[in-house]
Design a protein around this ligand. Structure first.
Ligand code: NDP
Length: 527
């Protein structure tokens, strides 16, 4: 990146109003005499204040505090048996990438060392359109039913009356919705406080679908494994940093990229056939479950390197928008649809620019598309490779309104249509009743958190976990909430619960009653 001095030397810009009229003195205001009233005719002054008052767009309701950078994704292994997405047509193919990392609950000025999951949003500019991979730094999430999302988020934010974060509210939700326990186990391990944004893994968490040129599809989960390993902070280090440098994560990634220490992730997929999915112990559409590595090993597909800081944070990172997917790499679980809807609604609201990105309509029937917001440079598609043409016109921010091209399917000036990338695909045939509650709690919900506690955590991890939970749950005032959450921990492991109970001075609690695994909703489809 050129230095600020070099930029100043080459820029040679003239100070003007927003309409391009040169102004000799930026601080000058037209007024009568030395003390008289300012004049309404002073366009420069009005222009200045009018824009200043509109500088802020609403911050994201979730994932407001972020950091991001640009780089590339490179295909390192042949996966043409899995997908016909053109990005993967050849080993060595590269595309531009932008990644935005974030905390979830905090406001945009909040500390980025806070205990919170981290968003790990990757935009790949492929020649079949943008591919947004909406990932997190944890392989699972707090819930599997997207309708719970706004309720859950409210409880992790501020109390309506006190405007304070509230431990009772936080644990009240989690203890009433025990499918959250797997995410709670990771959140309160030291992985809940990563050391900066660029020393952590990313996981799609969602189940995606890759379709090959013969129309055969497989389910996949994407993993970004950071080179150098997942680095974490202890609770004490994270708390100290929150006071001393709330921008630690943002600053350290920017600095490393400036110094040429480019963060690099090796990218893998776990692959499951539809037949395996039906026999799998867990429902592949359940966002609270991982696919065990021993059954579904990581298969390498590429690498992502971030080697360029933004020149303008607002334009290139704050305004980067989601979500969209190219053909042959689609979302499968209902939470993906929830995300696509929620994130695109959020982006539209923040940009005040009307309906959703066109590609989202593939997944959201009845959700009206629009071209306009995708014209923002941060969201713009790889226009040099794929000239955009469609029938979307007008609306807010219609930066590219497609000139005189007809706004309907015209036989006189027809568009050209690319053939489908795959033929004869037979997708799932879904069967069942509407309004199914996905959140019944069964023994299955505790098996993976138990494996994490009993097999993956070291003794130090366990000590830190108990201390981290005790430090937070101990702040809840309600003994009902405390006891209920302890009963959730007891369903994972009685010893785990007893250790936390002791640390917060609460009597031991028995496991909450749980339905048998056989009552869990199974993944079923008919091909
Ligand atoms: P494995 O032993 O094959 O994998 C364990 C995984 O746990 C590794 O990916 C490791 O990541 C990760 N890990 C290590 N320490 C922690 C921690 N403190 N918090 C969260 N994750 C950690 O086992 P399984 O695949 O059978 O999974 C066992 C449990 O591990 C799961 O129930 C889940 O809780 C957790 N896990 C599983 C993942 C998966 O995709 N299968 C992914 C991440 C966690 P690393 O590569 O950095 O060592």
């Amino acid at each position: 990146m050129p230095s600020k001095e070099a930029l100043a030397a080459q820029d040679n810009a003239t100070y003007t109003t927003s309409n391009g009229a040169p102004v000799a003195e930026p601080y000058a205001v037209q007024r009568i005499g030395l003390n008289g009233p300012v004049l309404l005719q002073d366009f420069h002054h009005i222009d200045l204040l009018a824009h200043f008052a509109r500088e802020r767009i609403p911050e994201r309701v979730v994932h407001a505090k972020g950091a991001g950078a640009h780089g590339y994704f490179e295909v390192t292994h042949d996966i043409t048996d899995l997908t016909c997405a053109s990005l993967f047509s050849k080993v060595g193919n590269k595309c531009k990438a932008t990644a935005r990392f974030s905390t979830v609950g905090g406001e945009s000025g909040s500390a980025d060392s806070a205990r919170d999951p981290r968003g790990f949003a990757v935009k790949l500019k492929t020649d079949q359109g943008n591919w947004d991979i909406v990932a997190n730094n944890t392989p699972i999430f707090f819930l599997r039913d997207p309708s719970k999302f706004p309720h859950f988020i409210h409880t992790q934010k501020r109390d309506p009356q006190t405007h304070l974060k509230d431990a009772d509210m936080f644990w009240d939700y989690l203890s009433q919705n025990p499918e959250s326990i797997h995410q709670v186990m990771i959140l309160f391990s030291d992985r809940g406080t990563p050391d900066g944004f660029h020393h952590m893994h990313g996981y799609s968490g969602h189940t995606l679908k890759f379709v090959n040129s013969e129309g055969k599809y497989n389910y996949v989960q994407i993993h970004f494994k950071v080179r150098g390993g997942f680095k974490t902070l202890t609770d004490a280090q994270a708390t100290k940093l929150a006071g001393e440098n709330p921008d630690h994560g943002l600053q350290s990634m920017f600095k490393d990229i400036e110094e040429g220490k480019y963060p690099t992730w090796d990218v893998f997929v776990q692959v499951m056939t539809p037949e395996q999915a039906e026999k799998f112990r867990y429902n592949i559409l359940d966002l609270t479950k991982v696919w065990p590595h021993s059954e579904f090993p990581l298969r390498p597909i590429g690498k992502m390197v971030l080697n360029e800081n933004p020149q303008n944070y607002f334009a290139e990172i704050e305004q980067v928008r989601h979500p969209a997917t190219p053909p042959a790499a689609e979302g499968a679980d209902s939470y993906v649809a929830g995300c696509l809807l929620s994130l695109s609604l959020g982006a539209r609201c923040r940009a005040l620019c009307g309906p959703s990105p066109p590609v989202a309509s593939v997944f959201l029937p009845g959700h009206p598309p629009s071209s306009s917001w995708c014209e923002l440079p941060a969201a713009a598609r790889q226009r040099a490779i794929v000239p955009i043409a469609n029938f979307q016109r007008d609306g807010f921010m219609a930066l590219n309104n497609q000139g005189s091209r007809p706004n309907y399917q015209s036989s006189l000036i027809p568009l050209s249509y690319k053939p489908k990338p795959y033929e004869n695909v037979k997708h799932e045939v879904w069967l069942g009743h509407a309004n199914v509650d996905l959140s019944q709690i069964t023994e299955l919900d505790f098996e993976q958190p138990r494996a994490l506690w009993q097999k993956v955590f070291s003794d130090t991890d366990r000590d830190h976990f108990v201390g981290n939970v005790a430090g937070h749950l101990g702040n809840a005032k309600s003994s009902i909430v405390k006891a209920r959450q302890l009963s959730v921990f007891a369903a994972v492991d009685q010893n785990l619960s007893d250790r936390i109970a002791k640390a917060i001075g609460h009597p031991p609690v028995k496991p909450l009653p749980v339905r048998p695994a056989s009552e869990a909703i199974r993944f079923q489809y008919k091909a």
